[in-house]
Design a protein around this ligand. Structure first.
Ligand code: GCB
Length: 604
């Protein structure tokens, strides 16, 4: 609010207070306030919202959220913004993609919209925001509701006590400023999009609400854990196709049962899913769930007990037109391209992708690596940074732990091997197992170039060693890759989580050498020739499916894009290296089929 407003403690507070944002950086919207939303019908709050970028954080300083809707002529102070009129943007969107003037904007932006509410006795209203990059402060009718950190996970805010009959005004202050202490920190190799870029939904709920349902195959049996808000003695579980209709007894809102059933197992070849329904009081949720096991034995990765090779590809969430906004069509095209490449696996780098990705992967039979953005030089010694990372991991795991397609939680990417990092990552690895003992953990580690060896102290604390190596690109001497292969004897599976080279397919690229399509193709040929000999390498997800936008790549062939895609940013033009990898994966798939057939004793 204005410098002379009564809401300011003194006339100049809005100008002089540099702690203006402290009361709002509460992180009160976090994994603990999530509710289970699958199978629920909510009211969509997507569509046009009033919008204003706010580089100097004038909105928080002047308390724009406390303004009431009025005609401009009726205002008696010279307001610096009117949340109730002016420019609009659609939600979901990234502001960079809306107007050129916002392309490089980094800071706070204000979103405002109204919705009608008709109060009903004993109902609760919970707002869910699919993702807002990076920090989001929620206000309703002038009141501060809560704050969330983390740009790619969903969060929920209970609005029940602040809602009014009739018109209500919701305001979000979303800030995409990169800071040293957050996750990710200042320096990344992807574009720093900003905005409310996933769906916003309002749920109207009964007093007893299902907060969580976790259904999984563990030690050969189906376990179901339930959490509800509210004092009831039992929830009711049903899986009609398996004849399950049983109460889940609850103590203090929590309960777990073990079912004696033998579901058909989910696998890429047989992506079988079951309808699961849970009723608690008047509340009901449902999900489509597959059952499978994923484990490791020595250097093998086992799916349902059988060794597998992960024929993968890495992918960012990025689009020429929409930035980070992901549509169903975009996801289906992504998975169709992965299948055309011969993949059974994708690495969803470097942050949680849209939740629809894992639902679709469940249906289509693709395995996924999901990841939190603990990327490069995070402030590992800072407990606030750990708190942020741990919360993002919990939110991701809670969101997707019913998805059979998700086989790996990855807790970091290319972090320096320091003591502080080891402590930080150990904590995350343990947390992932505590939240979900049924999946494997990994992290993208680096080669020790001094020892020419796969060597990272974190390896002892994760199930799969993810390895990013760029022989032929950042590392010139290709022969060293074979040497690393020989020098290393890991005691657990290695997945080459990245490798690749840029290839400019715009027609303006060079004919030969770095950035040419021919060079990219050659790097893939050499990588495959070397890696195929390493029997502890149990999968790969080269870098990456599509070219992606990023500020830090400004070379003449890059022009604001990382061009390591096997397909150009148009998501159509396949580069020659695509076919090299496809040929290798086709060969591997045939081998796998033969092995599977010989295990079963049937001809392939
Ligand atoms: C890496 C990073 C990835 C980059 C890639 C590159 O090692 O993990 O985020 O985009 O290399 O292209 O340099």
């Amino acid at each position: 609010m204005l410098e002379r407003s009564e809401l300011a403690d003194n006339a100049l507070q809005a100008l002089h207070d540099e702690d203006y944002d402290r009361p709002f950086n509460t992180q009160t919207l976090n994994a603990d306030t999530l509710i289970f939303t699958r199978g629920r019908q909510g009211q969509s709050l997507d569509g046009d919202w009033n919008f204003c970028v706010d580089l100097l954080d004038t909105g928080l300083r002047q308390k724009w959220f406390a303004m009431t809707p009025e005609q401009p002529e009726a205002r008696i102070e010279p307001w610096d913004y009117d949340p109730y009129m002016g420019e609009t943007v659609p939600v979901p969107s990234c502001w960079q993609m809306q107007k050129e003037k916002w392309y490089f904007f980094e800071g706070s932006a204000w979103y405002t919209r109204s919705f009608e509410h008709a109060p009903k006795a004993a109902r609760r209203q919970v707002l869910r925001i699919g993702a807002a990059q990076y920090d989001c402060k929620v206000f309703l009718n002038g009141e501060f509701i809560g704050n969330h950190y983390g740009g790619s996970t969903p969060f929920c805010a209970e609005l029940t006590d602040t809602l009014k009959a009739g018109q209500n005004w919701l305001m979000l202050c979303v800030n995409n400023t990169r800071t040293l202490d957050r996750v990710p920190m200042r320096n990344t190799d992807w574009f720093n999009y900003g905005g409310v870029y996933r769906e916003v939904t309002l749920f109207d709920l009964p007093p007893v609400v299902v907060r969580d349902m976790f259904v999984r195959l563990e030690h050969g049996r189906v376990h179901v854990s339930v959490k509800v808000d509210g004092a009831i003695e039992a929830a009711q579980l049903s899986i009609p196709e398996l004849g399950v209709e049983t109460p889940v007894p609850l103590v203090n809102g929590a309960g777990e049962i073990v079912l004696d059933i033998a579901p058909e197992l989910w696998s890429p070849d047989h992506p079988k899913l079951y309808d699961v329904r849970l009723t608690a009081g008047e509340d009901q949720v449902s999900d489509r769930i597959g059952f499978r096991t994923i484990s490791r034995d020595g250097t093998e990765i086992l799916l349902n007990g059988d060794p597998i090779f992960l024929r993968g590809i890495s992918v960012h969430e990025d689009d020429v037109e929409t930035g980070k906004v992901t549509s169903e069509e975009d996801l289906r095209r992504r998975f169709a391209h992965a299948k055309a490449l011969g993949c059974n696996f994708l690495r969803l780098a470097h942050y949680p992708h849209h939740e629809r990705a894992a639902e679709l992967a469940d249906e289509l039979g693709l395995m996924l690596w999901e990841e939190v953005p603990v990327y490069w030089a995070i402030d590992f010694a800072n407990p606030d940074t750990l708190r942020d990372a741990a919360n993002q991991l919990r939110e991701l795991v809670r969101r997707d732990r019913n998805r059979a397609s998700v086989i790996i939680w990855s807790i970091g990417n290319e972090n320096p091997d320091t003591d502080a990092r080891l402590n930080f990552m150990r904590h995350l690895a343990e947390l992932a197992k505590a939240e979900d003992p049924t999946r494997l953990t990994s992290a993208a580690c680096l080669v020790n170039h001094a020892h020419l060896k796969i060597e990272d102290r974190l390896a002892a604390h994760i199930d799969i060693i993810g390895l990013n190596e760029y022989y032929g690109w950042y590392e010139e001497n290709f022969d060293e890759l074979a040497e690393i292969g020989r020098n290393s004897a890991p005691d657990r599976p290695v997945v080459i989580s990245e490798t690749g080279a840029d290839g400019d397919s715009s027609g303006k690229g060079p004919e030969r050498g770095l950035f040419s399509l021919a060079y990219q193709e050659e790097v893939y040929q050499k990588q495959i020739a070397t890696l195929r000999e390493l029997d502890y390498v149990k999968g790969m997800s080269p870098w990456l499916l599509y070219d992606f936008r990023v500020e830090r790549r400004q070379g003449i062939f890059q022009r604001g894009w990382n061009r390591k895609g096997l397909i150009a940013a148009d998501k159509e033009t396949k580069k020659p290296a695509f076919h090299v990898l496809a040929a290798y994966y086709a060969e591997r798939a045939t081998q796998e089929e033969r092995l599977a057939a010989s295990r079963k004793g049937t001809p392939a």
